[in-house]
Design a protein around this ligand. Structure first.
Ligand SMILES: CC(C)(COP(=O)(O)OP(=O)(O)OC[C@H]1O[C@@H](n2cnc3c(N)ncnc32)[C@H](O)[C@@H]1OP(=O)(O)O)[C@@H](O)C(=O)NCCC(=O)NCCS
Length: 309
């Protein structure tokens, strides 16, 4: 159901596969996923996945509605989202969703129109970019004063506190329009739980870090490839700590991770990355590396008080 919807709407979408997707829905790492289905008799015609984190962002719920392409504009999406909203704990007052559309088409994008009809507003936009990994060649120069190291399927244990701190800063430190995320901390246990999910999905995780001489992580990036080589690998995040910006570390770690990804997943064709449209620094890095824009991911948001839900 979700795959049919995404394949219809998103640029050259390749599904993760049912078993891998189900791993995320069943995961036990602080997130819960409640799935609501809309049925016509015994036929499933729509779903909404309601994701909430139990460890942080306790005021927020993520809603991902999907309606079969042939069954749209029949108010199925509206009923699913309203039902999901009613099911939430009153403390979840910030509702967030995503809407993908081709560049320059925000004004006529169906998911944005749909979200607006339900009182959600576009909070920010991210440009999604794609790179042909088969043609990728090293793009970063030498960086002085830092060591760049790359790890497959997990960084060493002595780096996990530092990496967790950086992972928790990615959303807060990067521009995110009106979403305005706060910093969180990803503990070594949470880091290990996420790795375990990726392992169960048979995905390959490549992380590159920049280290100071006393082995502190000051820059990090992560790219995750699925076992289906036709599906683009996805860059999970990239961050350079404030005091270490301006030395080319962002491109250095991203470049190192892609070179290793080519070696670890030789059949992989494509890599996707996205960053907020206000984040000119990351967009410039991505352009220099050869990532080309393919679509926009809009993030929509609605604030609710319990009385109006
Ligand atoms: C977005 C989606 C869930 C909408 O489901 P739906 O059942 O077709 O939506 P509804 O029939 O409840 O539409 C409610 C209102 O949204 C707006 N809307 C929905 N689709 C629209 C479209 N293609 N063009 C313009 N407005 C649209 C309209 O105002 C509509 O009311 P109307 O039909 O009386 O004019 C569906 O298109 C879908 O599955 N898209 C792919 C997944 C996705 O983008 N989800 C994220 C949404 S934030």
């Amino acid at each position: 159901m979700e795959s049919a919807s995404l394949a219809y709407d998103r640029f050259e979408w390749v599904p993760l596969g049912f078993d891998s997707r189900a791993v995320v829905w069943r995961r036990r790492n602080g997130w819960t996923h409640d799935l609501w289905g809309a049925y016509d008799g015994t036929d499933l015609v729509g779903i909404v996945d309601v994701a909430t984190c139990l460890d942080d962002t306790l005021d927020t719920a993520w809603l991902f509605p999907h309606v079969l392409p042939g069954r749209r504009r029949q108010r199925i999406g509206t009923r699913l989202v309203r039902q999901a909203e009613l099911s939430l704990e009153p403390s979840r007052t910030r509702l967030v969703g995503t809407a993908h559309y081709p560049e320059g088409q925000c004004d006529i994008a169906p998911p944005v129109r749909f979200a607006e009809s339900l009182g959600y507003r576009l909070a920010t936009t991210e440009t999604v970019r794609e790179l042909d990994l088969t043609r990728y060649q090293r793009s970063a120069g030498e960086v002085r004063g830092y060591g760049i190291q790359t790890f497959v399927n997990g960084v060493p244990h002595d780096l996990r506190v530092d990496v967790g701190r950086i992972k928790g800063l990615v959303d807060a430190d990067a521009p995110s329009g009106e979403l305005d995320w706060g910093a969180i901390t990803v503990t070594p246990e949470q880091y290990a739980a996420e790795l375990e999910i990726w392992r169960r999905q048979e995905r390959t995780v490549v992380e590159s870090v920049a280290l100071t001489e006393d082995r502190h992580v000051v820059a990090w990036t992560c790219v995750v490839a699925s076992s289906n080589a036709a599906r683009p690998a996805s860059v999970e995040g990239t961050l350079v700590l404030t005091d270490h910006r301006g030395h080319g570390l962002g491109q250095a770690v991203k470049d190192a991770s892609l070179i290793e990804l080519k070696r670890a997943s030789p059949n992989l064709q494509r890599v996707r990355t996205s960053s907020d449209d206000e984040n000119q620094w990351m967009h410039r890095i991505n352009e220099r590396m050869g990532f080309a824009a393919i679509e926009v991911e809009g993030l929509v948001q609605r604030s609710v008080s319990d009385s109006i839900r």
